[in-house]
Every structure is written in structure tokens, then in C-alpha cells.
Design a binder for this molecule. Structure first.
Ligand code: NAD
Ligand code: MG
Length: 381
């Protein structure tokens, strides 16, 4: 039995994680759940899964949830960052599934690692802002970081039984998002509703916008560098609109291994939780004759400058990726609030990177300070 705590149980990945648990109650047990403020859904999840602990980041929502829990249910309610840290490092858990959105997941994830808990990682922002630190801590505490992101799960599966030194390159596939094939001119005035319509995946709002700008792929390039210990020149992106090949690895003898499947996030979630075992399930099977055609094209870096900025931040090293990530979080939020246009996102990310003074080998405190600086800088602009 694997005992799980979930950061962000009410989101897209969180709900799909609970669906995996629902189908395998003999293998997985939910010990703790958490969310920002969605108390109604948390209550439903508490009634169904009977976790022992719940953390609600927003203090008044935590109080509200407390008042809603039926008297016959025994559960401890925590709040704030302290609450997230507590449910991430409980003695009773084996694995923390990080399905929270944004770099706010960093501190609780590090807390879990220090307590020796394995991490099933969906929260890519954590590795983008502090990949070096997180991987070093994981090594020190003998913790496995098991990827939930479908591309990284694919690479992880392709590398089973292989040696890292024999990797020539990693080929990340990208669906291309809702604006594939469009030019910069076509996209100058796109709205958030157009950007939120992903062709293949139904996801949270932030990652949906990131997919429309291709920043999601940029964040995934950085995530891949830290997870698999390769250089950025060894990571390629290819646009594959059908999202059937989830990613590939090319080895030094020219062989390419790929992982395929129908687009369904429950598969990489389940694999991260069941690893090293595979678990039987009823997910849709791939019918290649029905799919018929798999196509591939180069990403268009002119129309989607965010991908280029992510590569550049990685190349510049230090804390540039942390700034890229924090700036992107702020600007995506502003785009979702109709305060800025689509191309203001890469424009202001670039401006912020230009004025940033990078630090090499940053500590947690320095990364948190840089996040604060980035937010203040963009506030003042
Ligand atoms: P979402 O917006 O649907 O859900 C986010 C979850 O985080 C919610 O439960 C929310 O309550 C919680 N949360 C947000 N702020 C919080 C806070 N301050 N304290 C506590 N909880 C907080 O997002 P999502 O699509 O599920 O994505 C989650 C993460 O997984 C992101 O990092 C995303 O990049 C990654 N990811 C998502 C998918 C996908 O298919 N949705 C695929 C790959 C990776
Ligand atoms: Mg992905």
C-alpha cells in the first residue's frame, strides 16, 4: 500500500490522481489533501477518501472548511504555508504528489525531500526555479523524483534499463497548442478564451496559457535538464500535433526509443505512483490504424518567443530560469485578468531577464528573494 499526500488535490492533476486512487484502493491510500481555497470540492474529497489531514492555504477558507466538516469525520485541518509544509512531510506518507501550480510548491517539496519522502512531481515550476537545489537535496536524502509530466514520464520510461551516459539527446514532443500554424500577426489580439482552448488536453488555466505561448515546452526543457542531468544542447523540441508520442530518447548508437499512448494524464500519474511496477487499468488503448498519421514539424520560435527565452535562460545559467518562471507566473496572471496582451508576456519576461543580476548556486533563501524581486520589479514597471 502506498500512502500519498497531495499538494493541490482540487486541480486538474489532483482530481485525476484521486481518480487513479479510486480505481486502485488496494494499492494507494490518500493520507492528506490540500488546495488554495476550493472548500466545497475539498469537503467532497474528504467524505469520499477520508484523509487524516487537510491543508487549505487561504486562512479564511480553512476556517470555513472546518465549520463544514461533519462531526463524525475525524480530520486535522491546517492552513497557510505551514499547513502545506506539514502535510508534505508527515510520518505516515510514502510519497508526495505535487499537483500545485506555481513556484509556491518549492518550499513544501523541499520539506518532503528532507524527510526522505519520494516526490511524484507534476509541479514543474519547482524544478524550473530551483532544479539544482532540489536535485542535490533529493540525492542527499536518497529521494526519487518521479515525473508526472507526460513528456518526462515518457523519457523516464524510455530510460528504464539504460545508462544516462549513453543518451545523445532527449526529444520532447509538443502538441503546438491552440495557435499552431499561426503567425505573430494573427496572434497580436488573441483573447484568453482563445488561448485557453487546448486541442488535446484539458488542464488548469495557467498551464493552458503556457501551452498557447509554448512557455510550457520551455519550462519542460528546463525540467528535463534537471531530471535527467543533460545539457540544454541535448534537448530538442519537435511539434507533434497528435500527442501520441509523448517524448523520445536518442542514444549514442543512433537508436531512438519513444513512449506512446492515448493522451490521458492518468497514465503518467499512475506510473509515478506505482513505479517500479505497472498496474493494470482500463484507460483507452492506442489504435494506431485509427490514428493513421503521426506528423512532426519544427517549433516556430518567431511566433512563440517564450520557448526561445526558456532556452536562453538555461544557457545563461544561475538564477535566470527562476526569474523567467516568476515573471511568467505574474504575466500569465495579468493576461488571464485581461490586463495585458498575448505578446506582452514574452516582452516583459525578456525585459526582466535583461535587468536581473544572476547568482550562481543559489540557496533557497536567495531563490525566494529573487521571486520577490521579480514580482516587485514587474509591479513597478
Ligand atoms: P490547476 O490550476 O487545475 O490546479 C492547481 C491546484 O493547486 C489546485 O488544487 C489549487 O487549489 C492548488 N493551489 C494553487 N495555489 C495554491 C496555494 N497557494 N496553496 C495550496 N494549493 C494551491 O492546475 P493543474 O493543471 O492541475 O496543474 C498543476 C501542476 O501540474 C502545474 O505545475 C502544471 O504545470 C503541472 N502539469 C499539469 C498538467 C495537466 O494536464 N493539467 C500536465 C503536466 C503538468
Ligand atoms: Mg507536459
Amino acid at each position: 500500500m502506498k500512502r500519498i499526500s497531495i499538494l493541490g488535490s482540487t486541480g486538474s492533476i489532483g482530481k485525476q490522481t484521486l481518480d487513479v486512487v479510486r480505481q486502485h484502493k488496494d494499492k494507494f491510500e490518500v493520507i492528506a489533501i490540500s488546495a488554495n481555497s476550493s472548500v466545497d470540492l475539498l469537503l467532497e474529497q474528504i467524505i469520499e477518501f477520508r484523509p487524516k489531514y487537510v491543508a487549505v492555504y487561504n486562512e479564511s477558507s480553512a476556517l470555513k472548511l472546518k465549520s463544514m466538516i461533519p462531526v463524525n469525520i475525524n480530520i486535522e485541518v491546517f492552513s497557510g504555508m505551514e499547513g502545506l509544509k506539514i502535510i508534505s512531510s508527515l510520518d505516515e506518507i510514502d510519497v508526495l504528489l505535487t499537483a500545485i501550480v506555481g513556484m509556491i510548491g518549492l518550499v513544501p517539496t523541499l520539506e518532503a525531500i528532507k524527510k526522505g519522502k519520494d516526490i511524484a512531481l507534476a509541479n514543474k515550476e519547482t524544478l524550473v526555479c530551483a532544479g539544482d537545489l532540489v536535485m542535490r537535496e533529493a540525492k542527499k536524502h536518497n529521494v526519487s523524483i518521479l515525473p508526472v509530466d507526460s513528456e518526462h514520464s515518457a523519457i523516464f520510461q524510455c530510460l528504464n534499463g539504460e545508462q544516462n551516459k549513453e543518451i545523445e539527446k532527449i526529444i520532447l514532443t509538443a502538441s503546438g497548442g491552440p495557435f499552431r500554424g499561426k503567425s505573430k500577426n494573427d496572434l497580436l489580439n488573441v483573447t484568453k478564451n482563445q488561448a485557453l482552448k487546448h486541442p488535446n488536453w484539458s488542464m488548469g488555466r495557467k498551464i493552458s496559457i503556457d501551452s498557447s505561448t509554448l512557455m510550457n515546452k520551455g519550462l519542460e526543457v528546463i525540467e528535463a535538464k534537471w531530471l535527467f542531468g543533460v545539457g540544454q544542447e541535448q534537448i530538442d523540441v519537435v511539434v507533434h500535433p497528435q500527442s501520441i508520442i509523448h517524448s523520445m530518447v536518442q542514444f549514442i548508437d543512433s537508436s531512438v526509443i519513444a513512449q506512446l499512448g492515448c493522451p490521458d494524464m492518468r497514465l503518467p500519474i499512475q506510473y509515478a505512483l506505482s513505479y517500479p511496477d505497472r498496474v493494470e487499468c482500463d484507460f483507452e488503448r492506442l489504435d494506431l490504424a485509427k490514428v493513421a498519421t503521426l506528423t512532426f514539424e519544427e517549433p516556430d520560435l518567431n511566433t512563440f518567443p517564450c520557448l526561445k527565452l526558456a532556452y536562453e535562460s538555461l544557457k545563461m545559467g544561475g538564477t535566470y530560469s527562476a526569474v523567467l518562471n516568476s515573471a511568467n507566473e505574474v504575466l500569465v496572471n495579468e493576461f488571464l485578468e485581461d490586463k495585458i496582451g498575448f505578446y506582452d508576456i514574452p516582452y516583459y519576461i525578456e525585459k526582466t531577464l535583461e535587468v536581473h543580476n544572476s547568482i550562481s548556486n543559489p540557496t533557497l533563501e536567495e531563490i525566494l528573494e529573487i521571486d520577490k524581486w521579480t514580482r516587485e520589479y514587474l509591479e513597478r514597471r
